[in-house]
Structures are given as C-alpha cells and as structure tokens.
Design a protein around this ligand. Sequence first.
Ligand SMILES: Cc1cc2nc3c(=O)[nH]c(=O)nc-3n(C[C@H](O)[C@H](O)[C@H](O)COP(=O)(O)OP(=O)(O)OC[C@H]3O[C@@H](n4cnc5c(N)ncnc54)[C@H](O)[C@@H]3O)c2cc1C
Length: 464
Amino acid sequence: MSRVIVDDLPFELTIPVAVVGGGAAGLCAALAALEAGTEPVIFERDALPQGSTALSAGLIPAPGTAAQRAAGIADSIDLFARDIQTKAHGDADPVVLKAVTEGAGPAVDWLTERHGLAFTVIDDFTYPGHSARRMHGLASRSGAELIDRLRGAAEAAGVEIVTGARVTSLVATPEGRVRGLVICRPDGSVERIGCGALVLGCNGYGGNRALVAEHIPALRDALYFGHPGNQGDAVLWGQALGAALKHMSGHQGHGSVAHPHGILVTWATMTEGGFQVNASGERFWDESSGYSEAALAVLGQPGGIAFDIFDERIAGIARQFEDFRRAEAAGAVVQAESSDELARRLSIPAQVIRATLDSVARFKQDRTIDPFGRDWTGVPQLESPYQAVRVTGALFHTQGGLAVDAAARVLRSDGSALPNLFAAGGAAVGVSGPDASGYLSGNGLLTAVVLGRIAGGEAARLVS
Ligand SMILES: Cc1cc2nc3c(=O)[nH]c(=O)nc-3n(C[C@H](O)[C@H](O)[C@H](O)COP(=O)(O)OP(=O)(O)OC[C@H]3O[C@@H](n4cnc5c(N)ncnc54)[C@H](O)[C@@H]3O)c2cc1C
C-alpha cells in the first residue's frame, strides 16, 4: 500500500538525493545528479533494474543530434515540437513540451559522448507523425540493450543502485516537504532512509488494474504489455502530498502485438505499405493514424483480434528489430505464396481477402485516399509471398501523471511547486494530451530520458 507518513522520527541513514525506480528516467536522473556534484542513490524494487524501458524498442526521438547530422538529416526543435503538438491535437502540456524538445538533442548527445551509448538514427523508414527521421536507437534497436547500457553507465560513474528495495511509503512534513522514504526488502525487513530531495522515476499506473479502470475504462480488461511493477505509486504519493495530476486518461496503446505469442510486431509493417484486416478479411480503419490508437481499433473487432498483412520487402525492414526476429522464430509470422494460401493459413474467407488485397492495390495504383481516410500516395505495392501476423491490442504505458514544471518539480493544483519533489518519465505528465491518439512514437522515452536528466540535475542543485 503506497502512502505518505507524516512524522518527525529519525532515519537510519540520510542521503542527499534519492531516486525511486531504476528505469530510463531514474538512471538518467541519477547520472545527472552525480554530474551536478551530489551522490544519488537509486531504490529499485526488482533484483535487476529493467522496467518498461527494457520492454521497449529503446528508440528515443531527438532533433539536431550528432547522429542525425552524420546521417545528413535536417531537423529542428520547432519541427519536432510541432509534430508532437499536431499528434496531441494541440493538447500537449506546453511547458513539458518545450523542456523536452529543447533537451532531447543534448540528452542523446550526452549519453553518446559522455556515457558511450552509440545511438544511430533509424534512416530506412519514418515513424508516423514524425516529419524527420529522428528516432535514435542502439545497435539491436531494443530496450533491453538501452537499459543494460544505461545501468552500465550509471555503475561505471559510481551511482549506487539498491535493488530489491521496494519503496512503500514516503515520509513528509505536514507542508509537503519529503523527509525520506520507507523501503521494504524481499525478506520483509523495512528501512527508513532520509533524503534532501526525491526524484520519482517509478513510471505510471499501467500495472494497477484499479487505476486503469478509473482513468482508462476502455482498456480495463486489455493486456498490459508494460512492466508489472509500475503500480502508480508516484501518482498515489503525489496526490497524498497535494500534487496535481494531469491528462490521466492519456496513454500509449498498441494494436500490433502478436497473439497469443505476446511479441510486439513493429508498426513499420503498416507504414511501409501493409494493412490490417479482421477475422472476416475486411479492413476496418486507417492504419496510418498510428499504433497507439490501433489498440482500441483492434480490440473493437470480433474477438479483439486482427491480422497484419504485409510482404517480404517489409519483413526485411522489420527484421532490424529484435522483437520481429523473435516473432518469426516463435512462428507468429505466416508466409503465403498467394491470396488463397493466405486465406487458408489465416482461416478467413478467400474471396474477401482477395477483394481486400485488390482494393488496396488499386488505392496504391491510383495514389488515392481510401474511404477510411488513408492516403496511399507513393506507397509501394505488396508482392507475393505475403506475410501475416495475428495480433491484438494492448496497453503499453500510461502518459498521464504528476503535473511538473520545466525543472521537473512536482506542482500542486495552485501551480506552486512542492519543495523537494521531482518526477520524470511515466511518473510525470507526458506530452501526449489526454487521448491514446495523442501519442507520437517516442513520447515515452523522450520524457524518461530528458525529464530524468533535468530532474536529477535540479534535485542535486537544490541540495548542494
Ligand atoms: C512494449 C513497449 C514498447 C515501447 N516502445 C517505446 C519506444 O520505442 N520508444 C519510446 O519512447 N517509448 C516506448 N515505450 C514506453 C517506454 O518504455 C516508457 O515510456 C519508458 O520506459 C518509461 O521509463 P521510466 O523510467 O519512466 O519507467 P520504467 O522503465 O518502467 O522504470 C520504472 C522503474 O521503477 C520501478 N518501480 C516502480 N515502483 C517502484 C517502487 N515503489 N519502489 C521501487 N521501484 C519501483 C520499476 O520496477 C521499474 O524498474 C514502450 C513501452 C512498452 C511497454
């Protein structure tokens, strides 16, 4: 039970900056706090820090990086901010938006130059809604590599990471100043640690069914694809301290999770010219809208199931992602030489899938906008052999959270800042507004890495 204890009892130990959570947000916060001259300690509930960061594709959007320049890509902070705000229908928090779009390029360069994370830009396809190629990933394009490298960097720099340490409560003054925290060890023992400032990097509430039902009722029964330890502690503690919550219904869904394998199938299968059909073989929406809103579109089909249809050329692009290679190895990707074989292998009516393939081919040939609103101009035709994956929709992570200012300080409802509490990543409000359709690819790690870096630096300055 996450709660805030108000007392003035002593602590066993007091540290300058405590960080809850060892995901991308917590690790970046700790690295920045260390560099700003203090000794942060991360408290992580798991035996090995992984979080949702490890489950992600590990892709961070950023404009104006050295990697972008090396690839000859023109981009700017303004263009990036406009793309995020366009996807969020103008509802992205303007203060957080400015902070993260300005800080993204420097943060990616910082991780590369100072901590040896060799990011390169994905330059063979453009994520929907991004008007420049600006997704930065490590070699395997996996979040597992990202978290391993961030943890390695933190350890090499001398950050102390206390694992197997679930923070169960905060200790505060009646005015809302955090005095410390209570951690519970796997053997049930409890420790009270004092701190000068606290950074919440413990993500959102995707793993908390009751909070999901309260804030995103449409996904109350959906598969949660993020880290189960993310139980909404940050929002519960923040609320108890008088913090404001913002855009709590905002989230990232995904409508392309191989079913029943439970493996993410990259949305490049759609953007590069593929499409989705339901169990009757019919298309049901504009797949170019984005993968986040795809969760609800797919879950709205009979059985909550759809099929991604694409071809070998697109599979070649998708294979750069470890997840796609895993999906292939697990037998989730079906190959078919003809539309009839495709229909047989997917158990859908042959004449319907044939008609659907023909109609998409016509839209592409005519360079037209289809009745769902998808613009097929310049999209290459599919060639046999076809490929298909049975998919479902899932909740990936929540985007609403604690209201913060440009220094990542947690705000009360009247706009004033709590004295020494900071939040980053999924713990803080994101830049996607209140709807799934407001999520632009990369918004998750963007606020984890950039707000994390800001929060750590500001927390260190506060206590020094
Ligand atoms: C499948 C998937 C794919 C994704 N792909 C992308 C992508 O390519 N690009 C992108 O930008 N975003 C992506 N996201 C979203 C992205 O993963 C998250 O937005 C980001 O990882 C959040 O980072 P974080 O540090 O806030 O949280 P996390 O990485 O989840 O870290 C939070 C940590 O806090 C710990 N914790 C929680 N509560 C406590 C507690 N009480 N005490 C101690 N420790 C605690 C958890 O164990 C965890 O280790 C994806 C998400 C998923 C699920």
